[in-house]
Design a protein around this ligand. Structure first.
Ligand code: HEM
Length: 400
């Protein structure tokens, strides 16, 4: 009897936005599945909510940035000192503790007015464009980059430069060899940060680069680690947020009644953002974050040998009915929403409060500012950026 072929990733969303029916069917069939990854390797895909949380908080698993030697690293930034997902245990805690205060709820709250002002300024610029206009070019790509400049304490005018580099790092991450475009961009980004950190010695003020310099001076990190921490934050904090703005808008276009509900009651914005994150998180169909068990482990009764690939299917966990009532319904008033879009455990998203603030700034007022905002093309005509894990689109043409 011939064996069934393995389910294969990616499982693309329907029209870029609705969850893949194949993914939903597999998820409903059990919490862990043997699958084939886009790289051709076989491994496991964890789609159960509890099982995902257990893997993400279990020290038996190495983080995404520490693949076993058998797997070719798929990103130039893996192994770079200071890149948080390439460190584990005490080393990871030491480095994360240096940047975590800059992302605390209290520090992020202080940025709220600035983030609102950046959003308002970009809305004005978008409104001044001839229609249709590319919302990516005028809003989604810029807003996270401008917010990160404020956080880092670098000039606003630099945002286009470093956002371009961060984009290049992510876009070409499958290339290998020392002269790949991605590696060059990563090196250029690090050189840029090295220069900015030197400038901060003369003009410190209160920002993340100054915190990083202090950590170097106090012997908590090497200069190379501090540079890697800053560069990693730039890359991790940019593309994910760009894509989430775009997927969130698609979600709202797709569900006009929920959009009207939000316009009618702007106090729903916090819950709306959580629901967007739950049901339409950024993603290009690779469907999760990787972990590597260092020893043999058992997940939901399935034996998984050491050094295998275990993909934790964060988007799939959002449809686990053990944790979400009517999970396939997009409901911006959902009360209980413990989604895992920001992951869980020691590597959960350090920038989650900032990401929420940025998304609130967009979804809290964009439909008031542009009541007739809509896509200028059919959703299926948008070109998904398939080569980067967070997805997002080449262009996002809109009318209003
Ligand atoms: C909607 C936007 C965002 C989403 C959905 C998101 C999602 C995630 C996820 C799923 C991880 C876990 C990766 C893993 O466990 O392998 C992560 C980690 C991380 N994120 Fe975010 N993120 C977002 C925005 C941001 C922002 C705005 C920043 C900073 C400015 C940021 C910085 C980071 C960093 C530095 C890590 C690595 C943490 C560690 O390994 O300790 N992210 N993010």
């Amino acid at each position: 009897m011939s064996e069934q072929p393995l389910p294969t990733l990616p499982m693309w969303r329907v029209d870029h936005i609705e969850p893949s029916p194949e993914m939903l069917a597999l998820r409903a069939n059990g919490p862990i599945h043997r699958v084939r990854f886009p790289s051709g390797h076989e491994g496991w895909w964890v789609t159960g909510y509890d099982e995902a949380k257990a893997v993400l908080s279990d020290a038996a698993f190495r983080p995404a940035g520490m693949p076993p030697a058998a797997f070719t690293p798929d990103s130039v930034i893996l192994g770079s000192p200071g890149w948080l997902v390439s460190h584990e245990g005490g080393e990871h805690t030491r480095l994360r503790t240096i940047v975590a205060p800059a992302f605390s709820n209290g520090r992020v709250k202080l940025l709220a007015q600035q983030v609102e002002a950046i959003a308002a300024q970009l809305f004005d610029k978008l409104a001044a464009q001839p229609q249709p206009a590319d919302l990516r070019r005028h809003l989604s790509f810029l807003l996270p980059a401008m917010v990160i400049s404020a956080l880092m304490g670098v000039l606003y005018e630099d945002h286009a430069f470093f956002a371009g580099l961060s984009d290049e790092v992510m876009t070409h991450q499958h290339e290998s060899g020392p002269r790949s475009a991605s590696r060059l961009a990563w090196e250029e980004l690090r050189a840029y940060i090295r220069g900015k950190m030197r400038d901060k010695r003369q003009d410190p003020r209160d920002n993340l680069l100054t915190d990083l310099l202090a950590a170097v001076d106090q012997g908590k990190a090497t200069e190379e680690e501090a540079i890697g921490l800053a560069a990693g934050i730039l890359v991790a904090g940019h593309e994910s947020t760009v894509a989430q703005i775009e997927f969130g808008l698609l979600a709202m276009f797709r569900h006009p009644q929920q959009r009207e509900r939000l316009v009618g009651d702007p106090s729903l914005v916090d819950k709306a953002v959580e629901e967007i994150l739950r049901m339409y998180p950024p993603g290009a169909g690779w469907d999760g974050i990787m972990r590597y068990p260092r020893t043999d482990v058992t997940i939901a009764g399935v034996h998984v040998p050491a050094e295998s690939k275990v993909l934790v299917g964060l988007p799939a966990t959002s449809f686990d009915p053990r944790h979400f009532d009517d999970p396939e319904i997009f409901d911006i008033g959902r009360d209980e929403n413990p989604h895992l879009a920001f992951s869980y455990g020691p590597h959960n998203c350090v920038g989650l409060a900032l990401a929420r603030l940025e998304l609130k700034a967009v979804f809290g007022s964009i439909f008031q500012r542009f009541p007739a905002l809509r896509l200028a093309v059919a959703p299926e005509e948008l070109k998904l950026r398939k080569e980067i894990i967070t997805g997002g689109f080449e262009e996002f043409p809109v009318l209003w």
